[in-house]
Design a binder for this molecule. Structure first.
Ligand SMILES: [Zn+2]
Ligand SMILES: [Zn+2]
Length: 102
């Protein structure tokens, strides 16, 4: 595993619980790209263009499947572009709400 990948992995784990390696999934990469495009490749909080990440505004737990949705299964409206700094700040301040769906 390359160094940068390892760092990302740890960061993802820290922020998004069990997502971990899923953030390297092609489906996630594709969705992530369209979120960045919609937000003009800028952090929506501070307008930074560096170290951009995509944050989930809420997590969806499927009661039918008894599991959380995969990161790429969310509608783009639940996703937002933030820089690493604002992302970390946000997560230390707020708890991400979990919505229970069918
Ligand atoms: Zn920012
Ligand atoms: Zn996040």
């Amino acid at each position: 595993m390359k160094n940068s990948k390892k760092q990302n992995y740890q960061f993802g784990k820290f922020n998004h619980g069990s997502y971990g390696a899923k953030l390297f999934d092609e489906r996630w990469k594709k969705l992530r790209k369209s979120v960045l495009k919609r937000d003009f490749n800028k952090c929506v909080v501070c307008s930074s263009v560096e170290n951009l990440q995509v944050h989930h505004k809420q997590y969806h737990f499927s009661e039918l499947k008894r599991t959380f949705k995969e990161p790429w299964e969310y509608d783009i409206k639940y996703l937002v572009t933030v820089c690493k700094k604002c992302h970390q700040k946000g997560h230390s301040k707020y708890k991400i709400p979990t919505k229970y769906i069918k």
